[in-house]
Write a protein that binds this ligand. Structure first.
Ligand code: F6R
Length: 606
């Protein structure tokens, strides 16, 4: 969703270049238009904005005319109003003295717009955001300071927002206010930053302060002060040190972030493994004692969360209800103070998941969050946080973070096995956990070329199926989502047994079907499914156990996985070939896998 950067610094020479570079680093969030505003000498605001990519809009902008020490930049993901120059942020008041950028949705904007228009305000866009500068203009006219005006604004605005405001009367100041959408401050001796996500300012500082809901921050070069907008009191919050390195947010020689992130998957799991999960005793106890376990997540994170059901329901007989976060209302009636909610989210900022978790918490549930971004909203709601430690993920389509989420769930399960004295199972799993980072790296190394070949073969397909059974249904679901997201080939995943009950009608000559076929109790049935599909002309690709001669004979193409993972951690190594197939199919078709159309990295609207 929308990318936000605000910078106020002492150096007047490189502000525009830094705003531009920061927006480039936020491109992964997904956007359709771009804008910059700089407070320039002579008390005016200079604005450049248009629809298009950051580079295109930067090319249309004369950086030399936009000199200053304080400025803002925005990449817009259209919600209210088409992607046009007029609707691009920043938006200003009637006099052009206030410039505002925004991520989120102002829910009562229609009413506010009507009232402001009746007072004579002229609107130049269709956006909900534009009410903000006009409201501020009105409040300032009443003699309020900008700080007082923003306190008042917080009582007027409905919905969700991360707002960043500059004002001609205060040349070295940026105002930021947030409710439900993320804003993070970055601080150095001479500079202050406000951004929707850490990579925006990562090359400049690793000292960050996470703004919380209903807070206003006033930034000046090297300084910040935070207020609670309800109490109007100062909030003391020291910066925390970001452990991500600036390199982690660069492509590092790979053509795309997505490929780099697939290659990082093994190392990510190794990093996660290097530290114990804090409070694991309490987490395991809560899960084992709960009446029911509800998972809340969206998209890829939802598929990762399904792992919980296969592990805790099957081994421990716990009732596990995987829930798509936006459908949380269906499970609310069964949530009580003996429920455990496991929220899975890479960003920790997905609005659907935040809402679901808040409601569950109100009903007394204990919340365990499995999250990547430190200090994000969901981590502050949760009772316990398990950080997946995957580093920044820039590719819009999740890859390494999916594996790190699934891995975290397996690690929690491992601790539950130990706690319940299931020693043999625990020992087998322990060995697999230790070795899986190496296996992932082996698969990536060995199978990349094959994935590229298969991609060439399937790139012209209209549609594809991914079929799996048991825990590897998660693998199939995630594989299909990835293919459809970045290659725009329609792909569906089904429990393989279900494929006969309708989907098989679509099969024709060369119809691609990916089967997840480990050597476990699902194997014989999967072979039956492969034969059915092959008999109807399907092009069959299998992810199989190493040296499974029978399957090698039957399938058109196959990837081989070490037997160790046929019964442990299955849905981790079995996923890797599918991430590679999706990546190479997208690139074979000439699509940029890092920025798939219509998608945003962190979905902050309902
Ligand atoms: C797909 C993808 C999305 C996210 C979903 C939830 O590749 O990345 O489906 O998984 O939007 O995002 P988080 O995990 O940030 O809550």
């Amino acid at each position: 969703m929308c990318g936000i950067i605000g910078i106020t610094q002492k150096n007047p020479d490189n502000l525009m270049e830094k705003l531009y570079q920061s927006l480039k680093r936020l491109e992964y969030r997904g956007y359709d238009s771009v804008g910059f505003a700089v407070l320039s000498q002579g008390n005016s605001i200079r604005i450049s904005k248009n629809k298009g990519k950051v580079d295109e809009v930067a090319r249309q902008t004369d950086f030399s005319l936009m000199k200053g020490t304080t400025g803002i930049g925005h990449s817009r993901w259209a919600t209210h109003g088409a992607p046009t120059k007029e609707n691009a942020h920043p938006h200003t008041d009637c006099q052009g003295n206030i410039a505002v950028i925004h991520n989120g949705i102002i829910s009562n904007f229609l009413q506010l717009r009507k009232e402001l228009s009746q007072k004579g305000h002229i609107f130049t866009s269709e956006t909900d955001t534009e009410v903000v500068p006009h409201l501020l203009e009105d409040l300032l006219k009443q003699g309020k300071t900008m700080k007082e005006a923003l306190f008042e604004l917080a009582t007027i605005l409905g919905g969700a927002y991360a707002l960043v405001v500059i004002y001609t009367n205060e040349q070295d100041t940026i105002y930021c206010m947030k409710k439900e959408n993320p804003l993070i401050l970055g601080i150095t001796k001479d500079e202050s930053y406000a951004a929707s996500d850490i990579p925006a300012f990562l090359p400049y500082t690793r000292e960050a302060v996470t703004l919380r809901d209903d807070e206003l921050a006033i930034l000046q070069p090297g300084k910040y002060v935070i207020f609670n907008v309800k109490t109007k009191e100062v909030v003391n919050r020291k910066p925390h040190r970001i452990t991500w390195t600036p390199d982690a947010a660069q492509k590092g020689g790979f053509p795309h972030f997505m490929l780099k992130e697939i290659h990082e998957s093994g190392q990510v799991l190794r990093t996660q493994l290097a530290s114990e999960i804090p409070n694991i005793e309490h987490i395991v106890q809560a899960i084992l004692e709960a009446d029911n376990i509800i998972t809340m997540a969206a998209g890829t994170a939802f598929y990762a969360s399904l792992t919980t059901q296969y592990l805790f329901q099957q081994t421990f007989g716990k009732i596990v209800i995987p829930t798509i976060a936006s459908e949380y209302e269906t499970v609310l009636p069964i949530i009580n103070d003996n429920s455990v909610v496991i929220a899975v989210s890479q960003s920790g900022e997905t609005i659907d998941t935040i809402k679901a978790v808040k409601e569950a918490k109100q009903k007394g549930a204990k919340v365990i969050a499995i999250v990547n971004v430190v200090g994000s909203t969901i981590t502050r709601i949760a009772d316990h946080v398990v950080y997946i430690q995957a580093g920044p993920e820039i590719g819009v389509a999740a890859t390494k973070t999916y594996l790190a989420q699934v891995f975290a769930i397996w690690r929690i399960y491992h601790q539950a096995l130990i706690k319940t004295n299931k020693q043999t199972l625990a020992q087998q799993l322990q060995e697999a956990i230790q070795n899986v980072p190496d296996e992932i790296e082996r698969i990536v190394r060995n199978d990349e070329a094959k994935a590229r070949d298969i991609a060439k073969k399937i790139q012209h397909a209209q549609s594809a199926f991914y079929l799996g059974r048991g825990i590897n249904l998660t693998t199939a679901l995630e594989g299909a989502l990835k293919l459809k997201e970045i290659s725009y080939i329609h792909a569906e995943a089904y429990p393989a047994g279900e494929s006969k009950h309708g989907p098989i009608a679509l099969i024709h000559q060369n119809y691609p079907i990916v089967f997840i076929a480990p050597n476990d109790n699902t194997r014989e049935k999967i072979i039956g499914n492969i034969m059915e599909m092959k008999a109807r002309g399907a092009y069959t690709i299998g992810i199989i156990e190493e040296n499974d001669q029978e399957l090698k004979q039957i399938l058109h193409q196959y990837f081989e996985i070490n037997p160790k993972y046929s019964k442990q951690l299955q849905n981790i190594p079995y996923q890797i070939p599918l991430h590679l197939i999706a990546y190479y199919t997208a690139t074979s078709k000439g699509h940029d896998p890092d920025y798939p159309r219509n998608l945003a990295k962190s979905v902050t609207v309902e």
